[in-house]
Design a protein around this ligand. Structure first.
Ligand code: SDX
Length: 364
């Protein structure tokens, strides 16, 4: 049978409901994100990443989960992660930042007693250390007294962030922490559904996040802006790109048919940080041009700005290297992967869909 002829194949699992979850609701028609009963807009910038982590892990992680307790314990976990991965760190010098984190996660034993904390800590500690080693600088040890966002920036840059920078990254981490059954979270649930370890589930999810159609988009957003050059070139450049079949990074979404609500949250953080208002205005002009081109060339699909477009500007303003943007996404999303993996193991079955065989049958 030719490919695509099987009637009941859900291409890309589009519109397939593959799990029930108490963790997050992504309403694509209304452009609303609910995180365990809270509208994103009500917590981003008002509640800490540690507070949200405790909320997501409630009922799944058997430990004290209050914001302050988690801040302390996540700080101690960063110290343990740094010690546990120290012998592996030198080998990261030849790896990409995400390749390094993928390797460093192996330092978290499958039976680690506090795996949720250690895995969450390891992504931030490993990413910061790997980038510094890649840049020929010594890794910076964690400060267990700090918040997760502030300590990540300090471990990355070697100096403490300003309160505004720490607040900006914390808001981003809250905004990107969980988002329904996106590809990497679904990957975490598939691995967890086999009763593999949390380390396995998080490592699998990290690999799925890496692709440019998913978490690999923010860095290429800046590459696209570089290629466009002056704003007056934008419409022609973007039109040519779409006409040759390119995907405009930072636009479109499998679920959102209106603008991704996270885009406005992150854009407001960029505005508040006020690092380079000209850069922001330039990005706004490119965004408008992209939306016009997509409406004209793809009239049958509502393609709007997603999380990644202004995330790219935010992480650039915070001084992260472009190839660390996906890693920063993982610093946030790891807590969602862990919550979903544990939810899957608490009540789910082995995830094993069917496939329609369209190859040749044996002769005779
Ligand atoms: C994230 O799922 C999540 O929740 C993900 C995420 C999360 O928090 O986990 O929100 C994070 O991954 C955001 C998305 C980041 N990726 C990008 O910004 C990359 C660019 N976006 C696209 O590749 C695309 O929009 C996807 C992959 C995000 C969604 O694509 P779909 O739903 O699979 O749609 P499709 O590929 O079937 O495209 C449908 C049509 C096609 O045109 P036709 O072939 O019908 O003519 O829309 C076009 C596509 O060519 N299209 C785009 C486009 N996105 C879709 N055309 C140009 N630029 C784009 N960005």
């Amino acid at each position: 049978m030719p490919r695509g002829e099987t009637s009941n194949v859900a291409d890309g699992l589009e519109n397939v409901v593959a799990a029930e979850t108490v963790l997050s609701k992504v309403d694509g028609e209304a452009g609303v994100l609910v995180l365990r009963g809270h509208l994103l807009q009500d917590i981003a910038g008002r509640r800490s990443f540690e507070w949200l982590t405790g909320l997501l892990w409630q009922d799944f992680v058997d430990r004290p989960l209050g914001g302050e307790v988690l801040r302390r314990d996540l700080g101690l976990a960063r110290e343990r992660a740094f010690a546990q991965m120290s012998d592996l760190l030198p080998a990261t010098c030849r790896l990409s930042p995400l390749g390094a984190v993928r390797m460093l996660l192996a330092a978290v034993p499958d039976d680690a007693a506090d795996a949720p904390l250690l895995l969450t800590a390891s992504v931030a500690v490993g990413l910061a250390a790997a980038i510094r080693i890649r840049d020929g600088k010594p890794p910076v040890a964690p400060d267990p007294q700090s918040t997760h966002a502030a300590d990540f920036l300090r471990m990355l840059k070697g100096t403490p962030p300003t309160p505004d920078e720490a607040a900006a990254l914390d808001t981003y981490l809250v905004t990107a922490a969980d988002h329904g059954l996106n590809a990497s979270t679904f990957t975490a649930r598939v691995a967890a559904s086999t009763q593999a370890s949390l380390t396995d589930a998080v490592t699998a999810a990290l690999c799925a996040l890496k692709g440019p159609l998913h978490g690999g988009a923010p860095g290429p957003v800046l590459d696209m802006l570089d290629a466009i050059g002056p704003a007056e070139n934008a419409e022609a450049w973007l039109d040519e790109a779409v006409m040759r079949g390119d995907r405009l990074m930072g636009f479109g979404h499998r679920i959102y048919r209106v603008q991704d609500p996270r885009s406005d949250v992150v854009k407001a953080v960029v505005e508040r940080l006020n690092r380079d208002i000209g850069r922001l205005h330039y990005a706004e002009a490119v965004e408008q041009a992209a939306l016009a081109v997509l409406a004209k060339r793809k009239p049958n699909r509502s393609l709007q700005t997603n999380l990644e477009f202004y995330t790219a500007l935010l992480l650039e303003a915070l001084g992260l290297p472009r190839d660390a943007f996906t890693g920063a996404f993982a610093v946030a999303r790891v807590v969602g992967w862990i919550a979903h993996a544990l939810e899957q193991q608490a009540g789910g079955r082995l995830i094993r869909p069917q496939s329609a065989y369209i190859g040749p049958m044996p002769r005779g």
